[in-house]
Design a protein around this ligand. Structure first.
Ligand SMILES: [Fe+2]
Ligand SMILES: [Fe+2]
Length: 245
């Protein structure tokens, strides 16, 4: 059994509010009686993409379990590489595979520099396909920032993952993928994509107010949220959502 925590959209911007919320979530996760096997962070870690925001993120996200991250549309690749990964600033999409408890977790870069909508570009799609092929015997999870489907709110739906059919076709060729994990929408949501569970992490910053809940999209009164994904020996993925008061 694999136990993963999943957070998203910290939007660290140097304000006390952002720092306090991220600190609260990390304190909750590191204080659990049973530690998670890993923590996934699906993008919008920084709000402006400044190096100082990644320096703060690196300190905040230090934990006794592996922390696996990918960029979102608010992240800036060179500063992300330098501040969060301690790597040279130059390079293309930031794609990483991690092996946790026999599961391959692919953290993929769906950001497009200078834009807020998303895309898994050809380099990333090729990397996903090759990596899944190399681990075809192991269960695999795919995580990135932009949902590949509409979530029934005009804000995220205008900024979702472009060309989702490419990903759909890729997933139909790799039967070891057990789920797709995303962020960006700032709402704890569950749906399906390519016949797989599609699970959206709640945000650490504000929560999306759905059209039937009111007009202003950003509800800053809601507490930060966390998803827990359990992958069992039958390769079934079960998700529990929590808020962190
Ligand atoms: Fe966000
Ligand atoms: Fe985003």
């Amino acid at each position: 059994m694999l136990l993963l925590a999943h957070i998203s959209d910290l939007h660290l911007d140097g304000t006390d509010r952002a720092t306090e919320r991220a600190t609260r979530v990390m304190r909750y996760l590191t204080g659990l009686p049973t530690p998670v096997d890993a923590l996934l962070v699906t993008g919008d870690i920084a709000d402006n993409g400044d190096l100082s925001e990644y320096d703060e993120a690196a300190a905040l996200l230090a934990a006794p379990f592996p922390v696996l991250a990918c960029p979102g549309n608010h992240d800036i690749r060179p500063a992300y590489r330098k501040g969060l990964l301690g790597e040279p600033a130059d390079g293309g999409p930031i794609n990483r595979v991690h092996h946790v408890g026999g599961t391959a977790i692919l953290m993929c870069d769906s950001s497009i520099p200078g834009r807020h909508d998303g895309l898994l570009d050809n380099e990333t799609l090729h990397w996903i396909s090759t990596t899944l092929g190399e681990h075809h015997d192991a269960p695999a999870l795919l995580a990135f920032h932009h949902p590949p489907i509409a979530l029934h709110h005009p804000l995220p739906d205008s900024l979702q993952l472009g060309e989702p059919q490419e990903l759909h076709d890729l997933l139909s060729r790799h039967s070891n993928v057990v789920g797709v994990l995303v962020g960006h929408a700032h709402t704890a949501a569950a749906s399906t994509f390519a016949g797989l569970p599609l699970l959206v992490a709640p945000a650490v910053t504000w929560t999306l107010r759905m059209p039937w809940e009111g007009e202003d999209a950003a509800d800053r009164s809601q507490p930060p949220g966390v998803a827990f994904h359990v992958l069992d020996d039958e390769r079934r993925l079960t998700t529990h959502y929590r808020v962190v008061l």
